[in-house]
Design a binder for this molecule. Structure first.
Ligand SMILES: [Zn+2]
Length: 167
């Protein structure tokens, strides 16, 4: 019942992920309809319900365009788990403020990068110029496309790709 279900807005825009239990609740109360199952059925004593993979809300929900949240996990994902100074790919990475906070550096997509501990230590509280280091690329805000936002769910849910691409 904890399997991820993709939730589409009434206009088919992918807006959320919920679990099977919540999805069935939305369907049973008429708030959403089944778009795709393909996951078999759920049996109760008296009835069978299709196990949803994708559902669609009956009423359009107004919501701001989804954005990628500024979290450590999302910064590492944007930087492809690669130290942005030395290029080492490792699962143990820290976040570096390119312009240190005490020098007025912002906590935003343009000032935060993945850094391996040795590079972060070497740079210390200095700017890249002072530390004579270089960035592999200019850090940017990642695209707010549905494909990017839901990317981590797509390998296990390939059938969602057709509903996610292009938004
Ligand atoms: Zn490094």
């Amino acid at each position: 019942m904890q399997t991820a279900v993709l939730v589409l807005n009434a206009n088919f825009e992918p807006i959320n992920i919920c679990n099977t239990r919540r999805a069935i609740g939305l369907m049973m109360t008429g708030k959403a309809s089944l778009v795709l199952n393909g996951r078999g059925v759920i049996r109760t004593i008296s009835q069978e319900y299709p196990r949803p993979s994708v559902i669609r809300l009956e009423k359009m929900v107004k919501r701001p365009r989804p954005q990628v949240r500024l979290t450590k996990r999302e910064i590492l994902r944007r930087d492809e788990y690669t130290c942005q100074y030395c290029g080492q790919q490792t699962s143990y990475l820290t976040i570096d403020h390119i312009i240190p906070r005490r020098l007025g550096g912002n906590h935003d997509w343009h000032n935060l990068v993945a850094a391996c501990p040795p590079c972060n230590h070497r740079k210390g509280g200095r700017t890249i110029e002072q530390a004579q280091m270089h960035l592999l690329q200019d850090p940017k805000e990642p695209p707010a496309s549905a494909t990017y936002i839901f990317a981590r769910h797509l390998p296990q849910n390939e059938e969602w790709i057709q509903f996610v691409e292009g938004w």
